[in-house]
Ligand binder design. Structure first.
Ligand SMILES: [Zn+2]
Length: 243
């Protein structure tokens, strides 16, 4: 998928920050992780509203959609910044568990595996330019060997779907339902407007910012609605990210 105009900054925080001040729990870190999670939930929503087959764990497919959107929607500098911060988000989440037994039964992959897959696919999208990123983030050579192929497979799977959704753009098929005051409200509202420029979905999908008593986000197929919990932002700010 090739967008004519790649976004050179995201909505709230990234525009003001210079590269490469990575991974502090500042607005840019929170923004990158909220975007990464929002794109993951959008992956679930697309699978649902387009009736896509999923051969494997849907959670993995949603992670892959998120990485591809980060790669596709932003220019190199911003995409790299988001990828680093989202990768550090997984590391922070692993660290926050502080020796807790990994929930092997969970539908999501372990945080560290999600971290390495994000790094591998993002680097695999343009390995000549991004192999340093993979090395910087500690991706072992054994995994490095397959990143380009992994990206190609991911792109062959999601690329035609994104292309189809982009065909009739711009549109108004994403509906924002939230306030106008919090950082999360402003970020999600801006992102909904930006995504409506790029995609038209076959059904209306609501993206709601609301309290849910947990730092989370989810897709509800009954309501065709993504909920970004208002509690997520504060949790991301406190995440023990490697410094
Ligand atoms: Zn998910």
């Amino acid at each position: 998928m090739i967008f004519q105009f790649k976004r050179w900054c995201a909505v709230v925080g990234l525009c003001a920050l210079s590269f490469p001040a990575f991974a502090q729990n500042d607005d840019a870190f929170v923004e990158a992780n909220l975007l990464s999670v929002l794109y993951h939930e959008l992956g679930h929503a697309i699978i649902d509203v387009m009736g896509l087959p999923v051969f494997g764990q849907e959670e993995d497919a949603a992670d892959v959609a998120s990485i591809l959107l980060i790669n596709d929607l932003f220019d190199e500098e911003v995409a790299t910044r988001i990828a680093y911060d989202a990768a550090f988000g997984f590391l922070g989440e692993a660290r926050a568990k502080d020796g807790e037994q990994e929930a092997w039964w969970d539908v999501h992959g372990p945080d560290l595996q999600r971290f390495y897959t994000l790094v591998c696919l993002f680097a695999g999208a343009d390995f000549e330019a991004r192999d340093d990123i993979a090395r910087d983030l500690g991706l072992p050579d054994d995994r490095m060997d397959t990143c380009e192929e992994e990206f190609e497979l991911a792109y062959d799977s999601w690329g035609p779907v994104f292309d189809e959704l982009a065909e009739e753009a711009p549109g108004q098929s994403l509906i924002f339902d939230g306030g106008a005051t919090s950082f999360t409200d402003r970020l999600v509202a801006g992102e909904v407007a930006a995504l409506n420029e790029d995609f038209v979905f076959p059904q209306f999908i609501t993206i709601r910012v609301d309290t849910c008593d947990e730092p989370n986000a989810f897709y509800d197929p009954q309501r065709v609605e993504i909920v970004v919990c208002a509690e997520f932002e504060a949790w991301l700010r406190e995440l023990p990210v490697p410094g």
